[in-house]
Design a protein around this ligand. Sequence first.
Ligand code: SAM
Ligand code: ZN
Length: 274
Amino acid sequence: MPIIICPNCKSLLHQVEKTLRCQNGHSFDFSKEGYVNLLLANQKKTNNPGDNKKMLNAREAFLSTGHYNFLFENIESTINSFDLFSKANGENIHLLDLGCGTGFYTRNLFKQNSLKKIGIDISKIGIAKASVKDKDSTYIVGSAFNLPIEDNSIDLLINIFAPIHLEELKRVIKPGGYFVKVIPTGDHMKEVAELVYEEFIPHQSSIKEEIESDSMFQICKVKNLKKTIFLSEQDILNFISMTPYLYKFKEEQLEVLKELSVTISFEIIFSKYG
Ligand SMILES: C[S@@+](CC[C@H](N)C(=O)[O-])C[C@H]1O[C@@H](n2cnc3c(N)ncnc32)[C@H](O)[C@@H]1O
Ligand SMILES: [Zn+2]
């Protein structure tokens, strides 16, 4: 584990059997599911931060339908057109999926390349689910605001619908590395929002402007993906339950939803660091 650092003293962690240890005597055991928890008690505001079990179960079930597969397919094909794999052999390339949830994208991205993949999320439940399904990647409970990752060590940082802290990201990404940010745009989930709000307010994010205005990043490509998907009764329930929209619905409103066509609209921002 040469690039994972101790959350207490920031020195490198080394694996000794089923434990990660630093030179100052701090140690962290791998769980029975296979992940390691590097989130210190003083780094969390609640006992179980991040997405809850209901949201994560719904996300896992919804993603398994394949409706969002085109997202990781698009990320892969664009990254393959860059110089990442020509510069180094795959085994030396570190991918960090930050805010990886249940690890759907971590395990599905670059299955053919032997990258070293790390998934980090603040939700222990999400990380436990991810590590049960994927024994090839390393899963860590940690926060985007205080990453247990060594400086200048990540070649490819993926961040899909999850919080990011640009300064912390800049600390861990290698000069010449790539940052891929995915955000919902415009009328994403418009038809769901219209069921609970009188007026639809389009999704907005300032992250592209933040990246653009940072001289350390160069935007290489922006992809806008949009399509309408048709959802059956069970898909609708999962689709809504994996987002905070769930808490806007009354139970009787959900019960009558038997089918729905929904707009999904994403922006993928590819940038190079350094
Ligand atoms: C909308 S989900 C997306 C999960 C995953 N990327 C996906 O698309 O399936 C947002 C994720 O961000 C995580 N998260 C929230 N705050 C975080 C933080 N400070 N550090 C790391 N992860 C965080 C949540 O626990 C949740 O799993
Ligand atoms: Zn330490």
